[in-house]
Write a protein that binds this ligand. Sequence first.
Ligand code: AMP
Length: 306
Amino acid sequence: MPVLIVGSIALDDIKTPQAEHLNLLGGSASYGAVAASYFTPVQLVGIVGEDFPSEHIALLESRDIDLEGLQRVPGKTFRWSGEYMLDMNVRETRSVELNVFEKFTPELPPSYKKATHILLANIAPDLQHHVLDQAESPEFVVADTMDLWINIAKDSLVRLLGRVDMLILNDGEARQFTGESNLLKAARAIREMGPKFVAIKKGEHGCLLFGDEGEFFTCPAYPLEELHDPTGAGDTFAGGLVGYLASRGGEVDFSGLRQAVVFGSVLASFNVEAFSLERLKTVDRSQIQARCLELQAMSQFVIPGL
Ligand code: AMP
């Protein structure tokens, strides 16, 4: 089953307390697509300008990512610049240049319209709606979002929740969106707006997964001493999660989602080990499986006599 992924494709400038790198491949769809490609073929929808380096196209093609839905137009590619503080959970956006993104309308080529598994990676909610308007047979739709859209496009985001099966967001965004400080209450409030499942990411503290009443799973983040660039961790998580679900096929249930959350978390742990997609693109299946097993071992416990 291919996964349809729509989102941003960017050239990023990233500064961390240790290093600064310019003109990196970034964007929610780039990370999501490469992560999903470890499990299943990907159909990508996005836009780049004429300055987009051909080596990035080659990387996406090498991962079996279908680029028929990638619009290549005159002008400059979307650019984003961010700086991480000593606490790498804290990030400031330094600049955003929309460029070709300003006039982007995601169009699905005919072969994409039959996609059953769809990741609406982080872009404006109106564009996420436009993708769903064209999808003919969606079975499992996951949406990601960010604080910007909660601030400036909340109505559209709320309407989107009625059309998706799962929302992924981070803890701060869940609080901002719902006005609830308690994450269990925040997840309940989001589920009441539509999606059956909610994943709340807590950075280095892992992820909470919520389903129907009583369905709850907490997944630790894979512990890392060397964290180089957290950019795209959330997008990688989402791509890995949807890619795994598509490869599994069949109806999505909570036990499948628990596994998907583990795969997403493990892929994100590789992604943050280097800038841009430099580490993510070199992972192999045996490394992914090894970290899944380590996570399993470190998070299970037995209490004798209970
Ligand atoms: P994350 O670290 O998961 O928040 O994702 C970081 C990626 O999101 C970067 O590679 C950026 O290029 C991209 N990005 C930043 N701002 C936006 C935006 N407003 N819309 C879409 N993508 C964005």
